[in-house]
Design a protein around this ligand. Structure first.
Ligand code: PGA
Length: 259
């Protein structure tokens, strides 16, 4: 779905991705039904993705109509084996997912995931037939020390060969903005997205100019429009505000060309 032209002044159709994290039971499928109905009634000018906990992927894939894609929140580098509690890219695909998030800061922090491991997970996602959202971002002390670009540049240096605008999306998520209600200034978002764009073009050539770069961290209905107006912002990775269809739909409605 990524790559369709869009009459919004941006080269790529935006992607609005919801990350439910460790939230959601069967009853939460009602939010997907609400999303289905609203998107069927009001066609939108962006792609929509929900990444529920693994326990809900198959059920959500059954309920979601074709306007709502489904993704996992993590995958193991291997396709199968003795790795208790883990899930492979092939299993996510088998359950109905077409996407996977890797390298989320909560995985980096609570599961001490390294950039090398995240690169292996990225390749695993592709092997399993999934499009991969790779998350990067600095912690607050790094930003205050003026090192945000160094940190993000370093994280991006681990991206594997084989990435393309058809199989990879970057999500820039400053860790201090996740779940806090705090967001960087618009010039800071623009500067970081421009920095990431330069790296992608240097590394992958013209196709790097087409890779989506999502912003993530406290995206809400009231700040989404301004963020989506920033050059090189290709959509959003949304945590808390993706749990309720009404909030998520308000963010979707803020994409350029959708009303
Ligand atoms: P938030 O989370 O929207 O709740 O800040 C974003 C994320 O972690 O992807």
């Amino acid at each position: 779905m990524i790559g369709r032209g869009a009459p919004n002044g941006k080269e790529m159709r935006l992607l609005i991705a919801g990350n439910w994290k460790m939230n959601g039971l069967g009853a939460s499928l009602a939010e997907i039904k609400a999303l289905n109905e609203a998107l069927a009634a009001n066609p939108v000018n962006c792609d929509v993705l929900i990444c529920p906990p693994a326990s809900l992927i198959a059920r959500l894939a059954n309920v979601a109509n074709r306007d709502v894609a489904v993704g996992g929140q993590d995958c193991h580098p291997k396709p199968a084996g003795a790795f208790t509690g883990d899930i492979s890219a092939e299993m996510l695909k088998d359950a109905g997912a077409n996407w996977v998030i890797v390298g989320h800061s909560e995985r980096r922090q609570y599961h001490t995931e390294s950039d090398m491991l995240i690169a292996d997970k990225t390749k695993a996602g592709w092997r399993g037939g999934l499009k991969v959202i790779v998350c990067v971002g600095e912690v607050e002390a790094e930003r205050l020390a003026g090192k945000a670009e160094d940190i993000v540049g370093d994280q991006l240096s681990f991206l594997p060969d084989g990435a393309s605008s058809a199989n990879m999306v970057i999500a820039y998520e400053p860790v201090w903005a996740i779940g806090t209600g705090r967001v960087p200034t618009i010039p800071d978002i623009a500067a970081m997205h421009g920095f990431i764009r330069d790296i992608l073009v240097k590394r992958y050539g013209p196709d790097g100019g087409k890779m989506l770069i999502l912003y993530g961290g406290s995206v809400k209905p009231d700040n989404a429009r301004e963020i989506f107006g920033v050059k090189d912002v290709g959509g959003a990775l949304v945590g808390g505000a993706s749990l309720k269809a009404a909030d998520f739909l308000a963010i979707i409605a803020a994409t350029p060309g959708t009303s």
